[in-house]
Design a binder for this molecule. Structure first.
Ligand code: ADP
Length: 330
């Protein structure tokens, strides 16, 4: 019982049931009232008729009877039609309210998960960096081990930086003050330098970059870099060790196309639209095993839209995911 009452929808359903039964009850009352009024008027008319003619014969064919009956029928139809319209609008309104309510509850749950994810995401690279520094401090390490520790720590710092950038970008987008500029930028350089940061990844995933040099786009350098970083970071996160990721940037007649393809866990068709929602993470076991905030693709999609481009997500062959982005050439 306590569980049922603590469900936020219980009160909603109670109100819903009450309003509907209340409306039906009023419709029945009106119906009965109309019926009684008709019967009373009929009786009075009949008395009048008999008084005037001395018999009730022919009353059913009289103008008064017909007028009265058609008024009664019209009012019956009116009650049914108005009642139906009212109940339909009421149901539509209540369904709409329920939808908004459910969305708010889901968002609140996502926000709670987000706080937990952020804490995890902050804690694990910080602990790793701390451990690396402690090893550095204590032991007399050979140069190769030192380099490995530095590479790992740089990777962790990069992850922290991306996380902080994503949180800031998401906050700015939500405030409507994303602060993006629109300048002629060499996006080939941005893609190459973003990809370079992921070459020494912990999963030993090979990045195969095919970037046409000196492609210029009217865009914002930081925003564009964030798109590339988020897509490559996800491709790595959701791919098995020792696999490959293809990063392609090429220029067509009127469009510039960016393609990031992996051979990882893939995204089920029914999730493909949802992954761009804020805080959304696919609910399968593989995603739960990875850390994340659900902000990356939200930012990617919003930035692509702000740059006047479009983003598509497809299945890769034989497995994995392909993100294809198109921008209008400068
Ligand atoms: P997250 O921080 O969880 O990675 P994103 O917004 O970047 O958040 O992505 C949303 C969800 O989309 C992820 O939780 C994951 O389930 C799915 N996803 C994103 N990129 C990929 C990919 N390359 N392969 C498989 N699933 C992906």
């Amino acid at each position: 019982m306590k569980r049922i009452l603590s469900n936020p929808f219980t009160i909603f359903y109670i109100v819903f049931a009450y309003v509907i039964s209340f409306s039906v009850w009023w419709a029945i009352l009106l119906f009965n009232k109309n019926e009684t009024a008709y019967r009373e008027k009929l009786l009075l008319d009949k008395i009048q008729y008999v008084k005037e003619r001395g018999t009730e014969q022919g009353f059913a064919e009289s103008t008064q009877y017909k007028k009265n009956f058609s008024k009664y029928r019209r009012q019956k139809i009116m009650i049914v039609a108005e009642g139906a319209v009212f109940i339909t609008l009421l149901v539509i309104g209540l369904i709409q309210v329920r939808r908004v309510f459910a969305k708010e509850i889901a968002l609140a749950a996502m926000q709670r998960n987000f706080m937990l994810s952020v804490t995890h995401e902050l804690k694990s690279p910080l602990s790793a960096i701390k451990a690396s520094l402690q090893t550095f401090q204590k032991a007399n390490l050979d140069p190769e081990r030192k380099q490995r520790l530095i590479d790992n720590s740089m990777g962790d710092i990069q992850r922290l930086e991306n996380l902080v950038d994503n949180i800031l970008f998401a906050a700015k987008i939500d405030r409507g003050s994303h602060g993006l500029s629109s300048e002629l930028i060499n996006v080939s350089q941005i893609v190459e330098s973003a990809a370079k940061n992921f070459i020494n990844n912990k999963k030993n995933i090979k990045l195969i970059c095919n970037v046409e040099p000196d492609i210029i786009l009217k865009t914002d350098a930081l925003g564009f870099a964030s798109i590339v970083v988020n897509l490559i970071e996800n491709a790595i996160k959701y791919s098995p060790e020792n696999s490959e990721i293809d990063v392609v940037l090429k220029k067509g007649d009127e469009k510039v196309c960016l393609r990031v393809a992996d051979y990882g866990i893939g995204i089920p068709d029914h999730e493909k639209n949802k992954i761009f929602e804020k805080f959304y993470r696919v609910g399968n076991e593989e995603t739960r095993k990875t850390k994340g905030t659900g902000l990356g693709l939200y930012i990617v999609k919003r930035f692509v839209e702000l740059f006047g481009g479009r983003i598509m997500v497809k299945d890769n062959n034989p497995r994995g995911t392909v993100f294809e982005l198109e921008f209008k050439s400068a």
